[in-house]
Design a binder for this molecule. Structure first.
Ligand SMILES: C[S@@+](CC[C@H](N)C(=O)[O-])C[C@H]1O[C@@H](n2cnc3c(N)ncnc32)[C@H](O)[C@@H]1O
Ligand SMILES: [Zn+2]
Ligand SMILES: [Zn+2]
Ligand SMILES: [Zn+2]
Length: 409
C-alpha cells in the first residue's frame, strides 16, 4: 500500500484486497458501521500514514512498517521507502531512533541486525514515542478548546515517555465545592469617565490603583488589587481591567530535564511586572484542606494554596482541577509573584490569586513562583499549605538558583 493517496492505490483496501465500494457494500449487508472497521470519509480514498513503526532492508530495498490512520494495528503494512510521502514522519522516526541510541543505550551504536532490521527494543520505543506524540497533541487541542483566554497553550515532551496527566481537568476559574458560594456580582461599581485619574474602585477599597499606563503592576507585593467590575461604567479598555482579561501570552507545558516533572515556559517575551496567569482550582474550606492534606502525597500537597489574605477559611486546591498554573514549578529565586485580586467578588475571604512577572522574562524561559512566598520581599502571608505537622519526607529543591534553600517544604 503506498502512501501517495488515491492515485497510488485507487479505492482499494490493500490489506484485504477488496475495493472500498465492495467493503462498504459488505458493511451495509453485515450491518457494520464503516467506523467500526476503520473507514472514515477522510481515509476512504486517501490513506494517511499515522506513524512509522519499524524498518527493514530486503534485497537492498528499504521498507517501513506503516500504521495507517483510522485503521487498527492488524492492518499495518510494510511499504517501500520510495512510496512514502511523509518526510516529517520519516524525520521523526530517525530522530527517535537516534534519541533512543544516545539516551537509552547510552551510545552503544548497534542500530541494525546485519543492517537489515531494527532491534525490537528500538522499534518498540519508536512506537511508544509516536503514540505519546499523538496523545500529547490531543491533550494540547483539548486545553486550547477549554481555555477562554487569548494566549495559546502548547505541550512538549522531548525528555521521556510521559503522556498527558490522567486525573487533571482544565478550568478557567475557581470551582467552588458544595457549600461555598462565590458571589459574582460586585456590590459597588465606579462611574468614572477616566479610571486612571479619578477616584475609582481601588480608592473605594482604600488602596491605590494597581497598574501604570503600560499595564504593569506598580503596587508592592502584599497590597490587594481592586479591578473595575461588571457594575462599573467604564468599558473593556479601562486601565484597571487586567487580570480579568486572562493570560495574553502563549505558554508551553514542557517536560523538565532534571526530574521536576512538567513545567511551564513562556514562548514570548514578557515585560517586567506584567500579569501572566491566575492560580485557579477547587475552592475548599480549610477543614477540607486539612483532610485532603492528610491523604495527599508530597506532590499533592503542593497544589494546596491557602487564601489567607484576611482570614484562614478557604484554600484553593489545584490538584485535579486547574489551569496552566497547576504545572508551574517552584523556585527559590522565582520570576513570578503572587497578588490577591478582587473583581466581581469583593469578599475578602475569597481573593483571586494572580501571578505577575517580577522581571523581564525572555521567550523560552521557565516560569516559576516561590511555593513558600518568602522569596521576593513578599509581605503577604499566602503560602502553599503543607498540611499538619505530619512527618513527611522533605522534597529536595532542584530550582538551581544560587540562593536555593535546598528544600521545597
Ligand atoms: C505544583 S506541582 C508542579 C507541576 C509538576 N512538576 C508536575 O509535573 O505536574 C509541584 C511538584 O513539582 C515538582 N517540583 C516543583 N518544583 C520543584 C523544584 N524546584 N524542585 C524539585 N521538584 C519540583 C515536585 O514534584 C512538586 O511536588
Ligand atoms: Zn474602570
Ligand atoms: Zn471601576
Ligand atoms: Zn530552590
Amino acid at each position: 500500500m503506498a502512501a501517495a493517496g488515491a492515485e497510488a492505490r485507487g479505492a482499494w483496501c490493500v490489506p484485504c484486497l477488496v475495493s472500498l465500494d465492495t467493503l462498504q457494500e459488505v458493511c451495509r449487508k453485515e450491518k457494520l458501521t464503516c467506523k467500526s472497521i476503520g473507514i472514515t470519509k477522510r481515509n476512504l480514498n486517501n490513506y494517511e500514514v499515522e506513524y512509522l513503526c519499524d524498518y527493514k532492508v530486503v534485497k537492498d530495498m528499504e521498507y517501513y512498517l506503516v500504521k495507517w490512520k483510522g485503521w487498527p494495528d492488524s492492518t499495518n503494512t510494510w511499504e517501500p521507502l520510495q512510496n512514502l510521502k511523509c518526510p516529517l514522519l520519516l524525520q521523526q522516526f530517525s530522530n527517535d531512533k537516534h534519541n533512543y541510541l544516545s539516551r537509552v543505550k547510552k551510545g552503544k551504536a548497534i542500530t541494525l541486525n546485519n543492517n537489515k532490521a531494527l532491534e525490537p527494543a528500538i522499534a518498540e520505543y519508536i512506537v511508544k514515542k509516536a503514540k505519546q506524540r499523538i496523545a500529547l497533541q490531543r491533550w494540547q487541542d483539548e486545553l486550547n478548546r477549554r481555555k477562554n483566554h487569548k494566549g495559546m497553550i502548547f505541550v512538549e515532551n522531548t525528555v521521556d515517555l510521559e503522556g498527558p496527566p490522567s486525573d487533571f481537568f482544565y478550568i478557567n476559574e475557581y470551582k467552588p465545592t458544595p457549600g461555598i458560594s462565590l458571589v459574582n456580582e460586585a456590590t459597588f461599581g465606579c462611574s468614572c469617565t477616566d479610571c486612571f485619574f479619578e477616584k475609582c474602585c481601588p480608592a473605594e477599597a482604600g488602596v491605590l490603583l494597581a497598574y501604570n499606563k503600560n499595564q504593569q503592576i506598580k503596587i508592592p507585593p502584599g497590597t490587594p488589587i481592586y479591578e473595575c467590575n461588571s457594575r462599573c461604567q467604564c468599558g473593556p479598555d479601562c486601565p484597571n481591567r487586567i487580570v480579568q482579561k486572562g493570560t495574553q501570552y502563549s505558554l508551553c507545558i514542557f517536560r523538565t530535564s532534571n526530574g521536576r516533572g512538567w513545567g511551564v515556559k513562556t514562548l514570548v517575551k514578557i515585560k517586567r511586572m506584567s500579569f501572566v496567569m491566575e492560580y485557579v482550582g477547587e475552592v475548599i474550606t480549610s477543614e477540607e484542606a486539612e483532610r485532603r492534606g492528610q491523604l495527599y502525597d508530597n506532590k499533592g500537597i503542593t497544589y494546596l494554596f491557602d487564601l489567607d489574605y484576611e482570614s484562614d477559611e478557604f484554600t484553593v486546591d489545584a490538584a485535579r482541577y486547574g489551569n496552566v498554573s497547576h504545572f508551574v514549578n517552584h523556585s527559590c529565586d522565582p520570576n513570578l509573584q503572587v497578588f490577591n485580586v478582587f473583581i466581581d467578588n469583593l469578599d475578602t475571604r475569597l481573593p483571586r490569586i494572580a501571578l505577575f512577572s517580577t522581571r523581564t522574562i525572555n521567550a523560552g524561559e521557565e516560569l516559576t513562583f516561590d511555593y513558600q512566598m518568602k522569596g521576593s520581599g513578599d509581605i503577604s502571608s499566602d503560602s502553599i499549605d503543607y498540611g499538619p505537622a505530619k512527618k513527611r519526607v522533605r522534597t529536595v529543591c532542584k530550582c538551581g538558583a544560587v540562593t536555593c534553600r535546598g528544600y521545597l517544604n
